[in-house]
Design a binder for this molecule. Structure first.
Ligand SMILES: [Zn+2]
Length: 459
């Protein structure tokens, strides 16, 4: 799917075939003549070696072979890595991230100066978008006057980040997320072996199946309680841009009907509730430590660098604290990364359910490893002063649905039942979900009759 979308966007972006040869030749000439050769033995910081995670890649992404990427306009006479460059509009060229790539290796292969990569990492420090590179993502490079002017990272059809060179020398960061078109789709099935296996067979993505087990983990023991023959219904909302699935999905409603129990989960205001309006997720704590520490810098998405004037968002809250202070996870979750970053220092990222993520930067020591489950309040690290840091402090971030929010003021889920007006609103939403789950056949029939163009829509 990803490959199809990527190839299609190339075709759209590409100029007429006869222009390729010329453009390609100029591009290669400039690469060969003008860019100072980087010394391939230069040691790169260990921090960059994690960038494309082969484990995740194997799980989530299709494998890209060179052959697949060799379009008719590929350059036959140049070394292998350069055949991965595809000219795009405006003199830019594109590169599709491959399994085993790291950012430093990509820059080295494309003969771009290491200094430029560090300037990008510097612009990225408060966003860390470059740490989410995965095989299949598209990178766009735009050069002028022998310098990289613009760098784009396309996560999906609906999500890209752009780094633009400013006169002051550094890069400025910008993020574009398209709203697209969200469609409700119903997936129904029966347990054959495991929930994940049966779910995928019925049409759920791995991510959706995992999310469901995560949402219901407080209520259901998926090994013991779920049995062969149990039925399930899942309402998912999936994002489309120009008719193509972007891979961004939201699980809206889940019903698993077992001989003994019915397990329900419904999404309402970013949280999951059962049919009685009881929260299925555990609460967060506001601060990532015990005790009191002074706030030394507030969350500020439009902060300007005092010297360069570049916008350098401060996507978290800083707390002044002595090196070695215990840092605690603010919620139950799974450790997504433990990384040593040139500027962010040693940092830990924790995923909490499908909507929340926390990050802890400039640490001196981590007590957790990737993939580990952690509990709210668990000591995950010791604070420090690593990376680019002006003094011992903890930088703490909270992200909701992929966007950084002020961790001191954000609405954080609290494990209580819904009451009053909220309960009414929840019940109204519940009715809508149930209607979508229980009347798909009639709706589908009506749709098929009136509108054949929407026949690919699964309801
Ligand atoms: Zn900070």
């Amino acid at each position: 799917m990803r490959w199809i979308s990527a190839s299609k966007s190339f075709v759209i972006a590409l100029p007429k075939p006869h222009q390729f040869t010329l453009m390609g030749a100029c591009l290669l000439l400039s690469l060969a003549l003008l860019i100072p050769a980087t010394n391939s033995t230069t040691s790169h910081p260990l921090a960059l070696d994690h960038l494309v995670d082969p484990e995740l890649a194997a799980l989530e992404s299709p494998t890209f072979s060179l052959k697949q990427l060799r379009a008719p306009w590929a350059f036959d006479h140049v070394p292998e890595h350069e055949t991965l460059l595809v000219p795009a509009t405006g003199g830019a060229y594109q590169y599709i991230v491959r399994k085993g790539d790291t950012l430093s290796r990509i820059f080295e292969n494309l003969q771009l100066p290491q200094k430029t990569m560090y300037q990008l990492l510097e612009a990225d420090v408060n966003v860390l978008a470059l740490d989410n590179l995965m095989p299949g993502h598209t990178l766009t490079f735009e050069k002028r006057d022998q310098e990289l002017q613009r760098f784009e990272l396309h996560f999906s059809l609906a999500h890209k980040v752009t780094y633009t060179r400013k006169d002051t020398g550094g890069f400025e960061f910008d993020e574009v997320q398209l709203e697209g078109d969200w469609r409700d789709e119903l997936v129904q099935g029966e347990i054959i072996n495991t929930f994940t296996g049966s779910g995928k067979k019925a049409g759920l993505s791995s991510w959706e199946a995992q999310t469901i087990t995560e949402i219901l983990k407080q209520r259901v023991d998926f090994r013991r309680d779920i049995q062969k023959g149990d039925k399930f219904e899942v309402l998912v909302s999936r994002q489309y841009v120009d008719g193509e699935a972007t891979g961004n999905n939201r699980v809206e409603a889940v019903r698993i009907n077992n001989r003994r129990h019915n397990y329900h989960a419904y999404l309402f205001e970013d949280n999951y509730f059962d049919e009685k309006g009881r929260n299925l997720e555990k609460a967060f704590q506001r601060y990532p430590f015990n005790g009191n520490y002074r706030k030394s810098s507030n969350f500020n998405p439009r902060r300007k660098h005092p010297v360069t004037g570049l916008i350098r968002p401060h996507n978290g809250t800083d707390f002044a604290m002595r090196i070695g202070t215990p840092v605690r996870s603010t919620g139950d979750g799974i450790v997504k990364r433990v990384v040593n970053h040139k500027y962010a220092g040693l940092y830990v990222e924790i995923q909490h359910g499908q909507s929340y993520k926390t990050r802890y930067l400039h640490l001196s020591k981590s007590y957790v490893r990737k993939g580990q489950r952690v509990k709210r309040g668990q000591k995950v690290a010791l604070s420090g002063n690593s990376g680019r840091s002006t003094g011992a402090h903890l930088h703490f971030e909270l992200h909701v649905n992929g966007r950084p929010v002020n961790p001191m003021t954000a609405k954080i889920p609290i494990a209580v039942s819904l009451t009053g007006k909220k309960k009414e609103a929840f019940q109204a939403q519940l009715k809508k979900y149930i209607a979508k789950i229980e009347q798909p056949t009639d709706k589908q029939l009506a749709l098929n009759k009136s509108q054949t163009s929407e026949s690919d829509r699964t309801l």
